[in-house]
Design a protein around this ligand. Sequence first.
Ligand code: CP
Ligand code: NVA
Length: 329
Amino acid sequence: MDLKGRHFLTLKDFTPEEILYLVDLAEEYKMKKKKGILHDTLRGKNVALIFEKTSTRTRCAFEVAARDLGLGATYLDPSSSQFGTKESVADSARVLGRMFEGIEYRGFEQSIVEELAEYAGVPVWNGLTNEYHPTQMLADVLTIREHFGRIKGIKLAYMGDARYNMGNSLMIVCAKLGMHFTACTTKEYFPDAELVKLCEQYAAESGGSITLTEDAMAGTKGADVIYTDVWVSMGEPASVWEERIKALSPYKVTMELMENAGDQAVFFHCLPAFHDLKTKVGKEQGEKYGFTELEVTDEVFESWRSLVFEEAENRMHTIKAVMAATLGA
Ligand code: CP
Ligand code: NVA
């Protein structure tokens, strides 16, 4: 499998075999890291990490993975570069492409990361846009495989705003890899009809399926993975909290829903999560609407069913695989 020179913008661009190759490669790097086997085969190369939105996991995963691979990494934060404010995307891409062997971008529209890719002349990696979060998918698939020993046939129910990056990307990866994806949410928050159609085609080839339902009990029955995300994403105005809380409260992940799914069911969340009021935003919104937790209860988050920190760790191993494969480690 040769992915050298490829961009990593959305999993729509990758075949099931290519996705699984990256997951296998991540597993290999994870094993090496645990055994202390050095793998700094990209010494002498450099990558730029552009973050127009904040991050803990993605930034740290790129930085640690880069260091492990021997790469130099330059972090550009949301405010201190000319990117997008004083310099166009195309111009920035051509500048950075001359100094770096690869570029990560986290920010707003998918069209921005696509434009970067068009002009950079080096691999560009999507570290989250409004529409997609593909590196998160590799970590989730690795975590699913580590836990269940398989990917095909796994039933994943996504609770929450299924029109955004996480809902879209989970539907794509499930459809490509033969998993059964259910968007379990109010119908205003169902994924875009065109994307559903495309994913139904992927699913027809892989043996997976796509289901959209407003019924939280029916949608989670028999699910292996119950997945949720924050109800309001980065870049959205605070004014949408009210509508989200009203619309999505019936889809909060509770122990009742986990038990309804079955003894096999585990909980996933890309993080960060509002499972208590120990954050500024969680406290503000929780107190305003009279909740002590938002998209998931603290009981579920802290239970044996929760694999959220395994997912978080796997962000690093999988991002390492993406950089290594596309830079030709
Ligand atoms: N899951 C995820 O992308 O986390 P960060 O926002 O911390 O990068
Ligand atoms: N939907 C969330 C994902 C965070 C990892 C956001 O875009 O803020």
